[in-house]
Design a protein around this ligand. Structure first.
Ligand code: SF4
Length: 272
């Protein structure tokens, strides 16, 4: 299934496809909602954090809502305004990894919201904060909701099965296409300057091959299978030493969880 992320104004041209509709404000959403064919609508993305979002209580929905936090330092305190909505729908906050993002993540988790990290190309300080948040996510018993991309990468390392961060972050164009406000197809909201050709189903295969031919940092990276050069776009000169530290910490945690589980199973078996 291919999912299209479309602005409210272009819903008509894609209404036969599976769509996630993005709306600048809850008011716009309410205005357009009755015109959207609900069969094809599989999600809503709210692009702004409103202080007063009482209008959302007028919306009857059974599909997931994702709220974008673009400026965590000024917006994290407004997350408290979404408790009522989060109890009615499958609710997730997508938080840009910028200064103070960790405050937003902790508030979101304390309120029981699912979190997705819009990670981009973080500097060393931000990666240190990502590591702190991963440890908080893993070890704090009050945290009950997933934090992506950590959660899926941890599960993949644990089960030793293959997934990749493009897929986890909904940025694999074989399954997710971002439609810009002008109608062009782009790689994602984060990478909306990268315009897609019509046939993009082989994007990741081609990227994998290109990175191996280039023989850069990715070609010998121990996490290549899971990453496929995700952190090298848009700036190919980005150095991954700190990101590798984060991946190593997630992998060590997954290995330890597996060992703990094996020990528990052995112990239980000995008592049967
Ligand atoms: S972690 Fe960095 S070096 Fe490794 S595959 Fe990803 S982008 Fe390439």
């Amino acid at each position: 299934m291919k999912i299209y992320n479309v602005p409210l104004t272009l819903v008509d041209s894609l209404k036969t496809k599976e769509i996630i509709v993005r709306s600048p404000t809850p008011t716009d959403l309410l205005h357009y909602l009755s015109e959207i064919q609900s069969d094809n609508l599989i999600g809503i993305q709210l692009l702004s954090v409103e202080k007063d979002n009482s209008i959302l209580s007028e919306i009857e929905l059974s599909i997931p809502i994702e709220l974008n936090i673009d400026d965590p330092s000024s917006e994290y305190s407004k997350l408290y305004n979404y408790v009522e909505l989060s109890r009615r729908v499958d609710f997730k906050v997508s938080i840009k990894v910028k200064p103070d993002f960790e405050k937003a993540v902790k508030v979101a988790l304390s309120l029981g919201y699912q979190v997705k990290l819009e990670v981009g190309q973080p500097d060393d300080t931000l990666v240190n904060n990502l590591i702190e948040i991963f440890k908080h996510y893993l070890s704090n018993p009050t945290v009950t909701c997933p934090v992506e991309f950590f959660h899926s990468v941890l599960i993949a390392f644990f089960h030793k099965h293959s997934t990749n961060i493009w897929e986890i972050q909904d940025e694999d164009p074989s399954s997710n296409i971002y439609i810009k406000d002008n109608g062009q197809k782009a790689l994602s909201m984060r990478l909306n300057e990268i315009i897609l050709e019509d046939n993009v189903d082989n994007f990741l295969d081609e990227r994998r091959l290109q990175l191996l031919i280039e023989q850069g940092e990715c070609a010998t990276c121990r996490f290549f299978t899971y990453c496929i050069g995700y952190f090298k776009i848009p700036d190919n000169s980005y150095r991954c030493n700190k990101i590798l530290e984060l991946f190593d910490i997630i992998k060590t945690a997954a290995d330890q969880l597996r060992l703990d589980l094996q020990e528990t199973n052995k112990h239980d078996g000995a008592h049967e």
